[in-house]
Design a protein. Sequence first.
Length: 598
Amino acid sequence: MTEPISVGSLKPILNMQPGALQKPIFQVLQVRKLTSVNNGVERYRVVLSDSIHYAQSMLASQKNELVISGKLHKGAIVELTQFSVNMMKERRIIIIINLNVLEQYGTLPKIGTPTSLEAPPTNVDKEENRNLEVPSINQATFYGNKPHMPILQNQKEEINNRISSVSSATIYPIESLSPYQNRWTIKARVTSKTEIKHWHNQKGEGKLFSCVFMDESGEIRATAFNDQVDMLYDVLQEGQVYFISKCRVNIAKKQFSNVQNEYELTFERDTEVEKCPDQSTVPQAKFNFVFLKDLDNVEKDSIIDVIGILKEVHESVEITSRTTQKFVYSKRDIFIVDSSNYSVRLTLWGKHALDFNIPQETVVAFKGLKVSEFNGRSLSLLNSGMVIANPQIEEAYSLKKWYDKQGKEESFATHQSIVTAIRKEERKTIAQIKDEQLGMAEQPDYFSIKATIVFFKQENAFYPACPTAGCNKKVIEDNEGGWRCEKCDKSFPAPQYRYILTISVNDHTGQIWLSCFDDVGRLIIGKSADDIVQMREENEQAALNIFHEANCKSYVFRVRAKQDSYNGAVRVRYQVMSASFINWAHECKLLTEIINSY
Ligand SMILES: [Zn+2]
């Protein structure tokens, strides 16, 4: 079907030439609600195209129903049956009084490559236009903006040549940028900005930062190197709107970015960046939220957005390099929950980790999270990611409502327990571990078991360890009453006791000995080894009771089975990597699956 567009009819209409079409047919390029509302009446602006040019129009409010019902939309073909051309702020605009949506054409992709039609001002008396009941249009919000921007023109005297060169350029939508054209200007909001990163390698050293720009058509990432970092880092501020031109357009390296664009920008020496005097007309960040429950279905390393309630905030920790002992980065874990009744660990790094000071139970939206398989499913905020507390969006309101009403009292499932149980390592029975000779081969085997503790070895359940973070070596009491670490070459007034528990566990198929390190020991004893030592000094029986109470409890143990030579004999050692309390609901599901398979 050929589209019945009135090709080239816009220009004579806007110029009010005699003989201009009375009932032209156009394609709708965009429909948008005006932000300023007059007397409570909503107004829509519509971008019309005759396939050669496009121009803006206002829809008479009695026709709003066409937009609300979805009949009048981007891509639709319309016939204007009644319209007028009016002057507004020295520009001509079509006021649509009546129109037919030619529904038989459905939604068509953009026809042709229409360009902006800038009609020259006429001598119409401006006083007349004041009486128009149409609200003033903020032309900067139109798709494909025009060269003449009144605000900028008023200020032209005050600003330098560079600004006027930017502002007098044609504004392109971000989605139209490509390496095949180099004369463009975008008007976009910085939705995120990274820290400055330094690199050193054989070729030399340098620095860079990147930011993400957004307009109504889409997003694009831009990166600055070296001199451009000095020039632009302080100029570009998150949340502000800028005119940007003369950057290189490259194919995007998507593995480093959550931005949905085939291309990305690199700032160059003659790149022009100017803060836009009108900050209100470019949209805020867009989100593509995933429910925490659905993280299981998201591929590892995908980049997603999430909104949740902040449930737990851990201290930020400094990570130092093992070899150089030098500070490497800061890291902070937080936990968020949502109405899908899941809780997920989210890790913040660097600046995000240090600056984080949002109180618990706040609604927080995260843009640019990487999905990792660490501990089941967890999330990690990209350097270029964004954290927005209490975003003014619908999802935030309903989440807050859910949390106040019921979420506060909920217990939350985690992807951790599920993965430990079924995804990562296969669940085994103790008989299977022995039958399948797990741990007898060169490579260690990993599996999980659901078992009950039946016995603790109480002698040598812990040892005095070096209190230096990350050392954990055994310390020996020296002659002066201090405790000496050979590795750190230092003495300490007191050691830090750490568990090396040996436990006997049973399931319905047999018995096995497991070794546990300090973190697992703390979980199943419920106290630190230091606490036990102190308790034993005060009241031996109380300490014994703690072990007694910890006995006969069931856990899911994640185990590594590995060959170990001991006094010349090779045996298999079963080391507990992690233990978790049993999620009974999940266990029932597993059992149901097993039963159903018979
Ligand atoms: Zn040490």
